[in-house]
Design a protein around this ligand. Structure first.
Ligand SMILES: Cc1cc2nc3c(=O)[nH]c(=O)nc-3n(C[C@H](O)[C@H](O)[C@H](O)COP(=O)(O)OP(=O)(O)OC[C@H]3O[C@@H](n4cnc5c(N)ncnc54)[C@H](O)[C@@H]3O)c2cc1C
Length: 334
């Protein structure tokens, strides 16, 4: 059994095994939490518990007084989680800024003729902290790079998952789909940098959420949804509209359907747009057919730039969505 410990400020996470102290779990993950003696005497690792249950033992009452304990203060070196927890430090620097690393390609799975799900393993012991919705850059030759959204939640720290659509003649995706001599294969190593981006799930919101994805724009939304399911803190209604030009491009339809039974108040609406007469610009109308007033909503839109631009304009102008409640990431080619 293991528990997720969220560390504030910032959004950092670590997984602590049963009977493992929070500090030991952080050391294992190479997360630099404040500490010194590591045996309950110096108080350097003191912090506040915002939620969750735990056991604390074998510490000096000079390091943690009874009053501090009753105010939910702990020493991480002597605290053993009994559930998922949120802890807070007053002066912790947010170290989750981007960095460069390498990753081994551990699986390439074709989900449709032109869509691949890629899994990359980060070197053992290295941490790759990111927020649900963020992306990385694969660093290619001659200083070129290509951006891809991370599709798994930060709670899965064994690999990074990506959903990649093929563009014929594309520098990177031609390699991935085997159209060049330097065909990417399992066990190949890729250089990457990240995480980047402000398309991030706003955890504190209580407003109903609309997720709007086109094609592989589903990737960061999957990361957010997996985060929501794991954290189990969202009780507001959540709607996922996933649009594509053909049914096979809704390549994880079963997964999206399965969320209807894992989350209360979740509704999934797949949309196959008519290739001949309908363009991406019309996708937002499916949302507007269901909701005339979005003044209390939050919208996360990802994928086609045309879809995003028209959703932003229509939702704000016609449905009174507050401007600052529209979050988006457009898959614009660089
Ligand atoms: C923040 C961000 C996140 C992204 N996340 C993802 C993701 O999760 N999954 C994913 O599949 N893609 C994603 N992309 C798009 C991705 O970065 C590449 O642009 C795409 O994979 C094409 O790369 P390539 O090297 O194969 O093609 P290029 O060599 O860059 O281009 C080949 C041809 O395809 C055209 N083209 C390339 N991309 C697009 C596009 N998006 N729309 C229309 N024409 C295009 C180019 O204009 C060019 O003519 C993201 C882009 C950004 C900016």
């Amino acid at each position: 059994m293991s528990f997720c410990i969220s560390i504030k400020p910032g959004i950092e996470y670590l997984i602590a095994k049963k009977n493992q102290s929070i500090l030991d779990a952080a050391k294992e993950k190479k997360i630099a939490l404040p500490h010194s003696c590591s045996n309950g005497k110096c108080a350097k690792c003191k912090c506040k518990v915002l939620s969750g249950s735990f056991e604390i033992s074998n510490y000096s009452s000079n390091a943690l007084t009874e009053q501090e304990k009753s105010n939910n203060m702990i020493l991480t070196c002597r605290t053993y989680p009994l559930s998922d927890m949120v802890i807070q430090y007053d002066n912790l620097i947010d170290k989750s800024s981007s960095f460069k690393t390498v990753g081994k390609l551990i699986s390439i799975e074709k989900k449709a003729v032109d869509i691949i799900v890629l899994k990359i393993k980060i070197p053992l012991g290295e941490r790759f902290l990111f927020k649900p919705g963020q992306y990385i850059d694969f660093l290619l030759d001659n200083g070129r790079k290509r951006s891809y959204s991370i599709a798994n939640s930060p709670f899965i720290d064994k690999y990074l998952e990506f959903h990649i659509r093929h563009f014929f003649g594309g520098l990177f995706t031609d390699q991935l789909f085997g159209l060049t001599n330097n065909h990417l294969k399992e066990n190949d190593v890729l250089r990457l940098e990240g995480p980047f981006g402000s398309f991030i799930l706003q955890e504190q919101t209580k407003n109903p959420i609309i997720f709007l994805a086109s094609g592989t724009g589903f990737a960061p939304i999957k990361s957010m949804m997996e985060y929501i399911i794991r954290k189990n803190i969202f009780s507001q209604p959540i709607y996922l509209y996933w649009a594509a030009r053909k049914l096979s491009d809704i390549y994880m339809d079963d997964l999206a359907k399965s969320w209807e039974s894992s989350i209360r108040n979740f509704k999934y609406i797949p949309i196959v747009i008519d290739q001949t007469s309908e363009s991406m610009v019309n996708i937002p109308k499916y949302v507007m057919q269901d909701f005339k007033d979005l003044s209390d909503f939050q919208v996360y839109a990802c994928g086609s730039n045309i879809m995003i631009e028209s959703a932003k304009r229509d939702f704000i102008m016609k449905c009174r969505l507050p401007v600052n409640e529209f979050y988006s990431d457009a898959f614009i080619s660089t």
